[in-house]
Design a protein around this ligand. Sequence first.
Ligand SMILES: Cc1cc2nc3c(=O)[nH]c(=O)nc-3n(C[C@H](O)[C@H](O)[C@H](O)COP(=O)(O)OP(=O)(O)OC[C@H]3O[C@@H](n4cnc5c(N)ncnc54)[C@H](O)[C@@H]3O)c2cc1C
Length: 396
Amino acid sequence: MTTHSTDRSFLDWPFLEDHHRTLAADLDTWATRTLPAIVDAPGAHDDVDTTCRTLVKALGDGGWLRYAVPKAYGGMFDTLDVRSLCLIRETLARHSGLADFAFAMQGLGSGAITLAGSDAIRSAYLPAVAAGEKIAAFALTEPEAGSDVASLSSTLKEAGGEWSLSGEKTYISNGGIADFYCVFARSEDAPGARGLSAVVVDADTPGLEIAERIDVMAPHPLARLFFQGCHVSADNLLGPRGGGFKLAMATLDIFRSTVGAAALGFARRALAEALERTRSRQLFGAPLATLPITQERLAEMALDIDASALLIYRAAWTKDSGAQRVTREAAMAKLYATDQAQQVIDKALQMFGGMGVTKGVKVEELYREIRALRIYEGASEVQKLVIARQLLAGEQ
Ligand SMILES: Cc1cc2nc3c(=O)[nH]c(=O)nc-3n(C[C@H](O)[C@H](O)[C@H](O)COP(=O)(O)OP(=O)(O)OC[C@H]3O[C@@H](n4cnc5c(N)ncnc54)[C@H](O)[C@@H]3O)c2cc1C
């Protein structure tokens, strides 16, 4: 069991409250005790479907998924507390990328239901998400529409008082193991962002097919989905017709800061690994840590980690303090924390020399884990556009 002690002084920042400090400590203890038996079990990395199902169940049993849904439906708080979500993702990512993934997808995958589902739909899905009994997924991206969300071409057509869903979605996390998908598709004649709506679709709906499983550099359940005339009840509509783009963006507004938090967890773990290695590795007759260039790099890593943490907990606190939207703050947090975590992890890996690129060594795993975070939920370039547009519109 590894302890990988990391700086905890950020927990005393005024952005956080006492219950956050308790949460961070309790989850760290739980993760240290519970996760190794799941994520380090023989074959755990090869069979990510089984590992993720086990993780969702364990997170549900531990009560942690209650933070992913509102109180009225088995959750912890009246509305999602972004600081708690960030602390949980940061802590889990420090222990295991897959554990963070399993937690994050329960929140992101059910986020549109939390924000816009009817009471009946919320009651049907959210308590099961909180208990770890239903696995959630968020299906927005299409083969021809990733960064350009407004160009989605999947269709939702009204037919006899219900919806018929057709089209293709790709790079869908939890694709293949999810019990339901929140799907965004074009329901109206209106062009671009105005014509989209969202529905919840059960995984066993006839016409829904897992067309392809996608194998990525840091494996987790991921798939391309095919919908062919899937019948979806009118009750499964999330929010108003034509409100799908706004709903997708509002969902991402909450979870974008948490992607930064996961990156921060990876970066903290990389720094902890680097400190341990450079203290013990003897080079030129002294520990690697005594060399000035090593110290310069360690200082840069610590600085980037603190700057990322400030942006993340600023964004989370702003949202929790009642801001309707935190588009700029969340974009800055996600952009900076994911880009800097990549640098921090790269520096840590370099300090390990040949061992750093060896399979099974933590920094090698972190190097693979961090990469996708700079792409999904809005690539770094998209975040820059978002920030610049807000500046130019005077909405700072
Ligand atoms: C591991 C993983 C998990 C994912 N999980 C999900 C999921 O659960 N649900 C879901 O709906 N989607 C998911 N995605 C999809 C993800 O959101 C998209 O990959 C992402 O939005 C980018 O879309 P794209 O891949 O089509 O790339 P494109 O849209 O083709 O963009 C390619 C590149 O162009 C650059 N770019 C983009 N916009 C601009 C710009 N304005 N100016 C300059 N350069 C730009 C960026 O570098 C970008 O990476 C996942 C992706 C990955 C890799």
